[in-house]
Ligand binder design. Structure first.
Ligand code: GAR
Length: 203
C-alpha cells in the first residue's frame, strides 16, 4: 500500500478522485496527510471529513521557499509518507521537497505538457487556438511543470468553449488518469530513464 501525502491549494477535486479510487479498490494507497498552503483550501475540509490529518502550513511563517518546503517535507515524512502528490498545489517546489521523497513527487497539470506550463493552462490553450488540449501526470523536478511524463489524456477544444467549459472537460480526464498513474506507482511498475518513463506490464 502506497503511503501517500497530498499537497493542495484549493478545491481538492483531484484529492477527492484519489480518495474515491482508494475506496473503490482501484488504487492501493493510503492518504497519510493533506497539507495546504492556504488556510481556506477546501481540500483540507475534504480531508477532515474523511479523518485524514489536514494541515495548513502558513508560507508567511517561513523566510524562503526552501525553508517552507523543508518544514512541509518533515511533517509529511513524519506522517509516514513515501510519495507526494501535488493536486492543485499552485507553487513551485524546491529540492528540499523533491529530495525528501527521492523523486517520488507527482503533479497533475491541466494541459498537454510541454505545452502551456504554469498558471491558467486552460486559458493559455484557448488563447493559442489549439484544437486539442488535455492533462498530464508527471514527476516533479525543479523546473516549472517540466519533469518526466507518466500519462496524459487528450480532450478536444470545442467551438464556443470558455475557460470554464474547457477546464471542466479536462478535469473529468484528470480525475480518471490521476488514480491510474498513482496505481502504476503503487504497483512498482514505473521506471524513469532520463526523461523517459517506462511502464512495466501488469503481472
Ligand atoms: C486542476 O485542474 C489541476 O490540474 C490544476 O489546478 C486544478 C486543481 O483542481 N493544477 C495546476 O494548474 C497546477 N499548475 P482541484 O483542486 O479541484 O484538484
Amino acid at each position: 500500500t502506497l503511503q501517500l501525502a497530498v499537497m493542495a491549494s484549493g478545491r481538492g477535486s483531484n484529492l477527492q478522485a484519489v480518495i474515491e479510487a482508494i475506496d473503490a479498490g482501484r488504487l492501493d494507497a493510503h492518504v497519510v496527510m493533506v497539507l495546504a498552503n492556504k488556510a481556506d483550501a477546501y481540500a483540507l475540509t475534504r480531508a477532515k471529513e474523511r479523518g485524514i490529518p489536514a494541515v495548513f502550513l502558513d508560507p508567511k511563517a517561513y523566510g524562503t521557499r526552501e525553508d517552507y518546503d523543508r518544514a512541509a517535507a518533515a511533517q509529511l515524512r513524519q506522517a509516514g509518507a513515501e510519495a507526494l502528490l501535488l493536486a492543485g498545489y499552485m507553487r513551485i517546489v524546491t529540492a528540499s521537497l523533491i529530495n525528501a521523497f527521492a523523486g517520488r513527487v507527482l503533479n497533475i497539470h491541466p494541459s498537454l505538457l510541454p505545452s502551456f506550463p504554469g498558471l491558467h493552462a486552460q486559458r493559455q490553450a484557448l488563447d493559442y487556438g489549439v484544437r486539442y488540449s488535455g492533462c498530464t501526470v508527471h514527476f516533479v523536478d525543479e523546473g516549472l511543470d517540466s519533469g518526466p511524463i507518466i500519462c496524459q489524456a487528450v480532450v478536444p477544444v470545442e467551438p464556443g468553449d470558455t475557460e470554464a467549459t474547457l477546464a471542466a472537460r479536462i478535469l473529468t480526464e484528470e480525475h480518471r488518469i490521476l488514480p491510474e498513474a498513482l496505481q502504476l506507482i503503487a504497483q512498482g511498475r514505473v521506471t524513469v530513464t532520463g526523461r523517459r518513463v517506462e511502464i512495466q506490464p501488469a503481472q
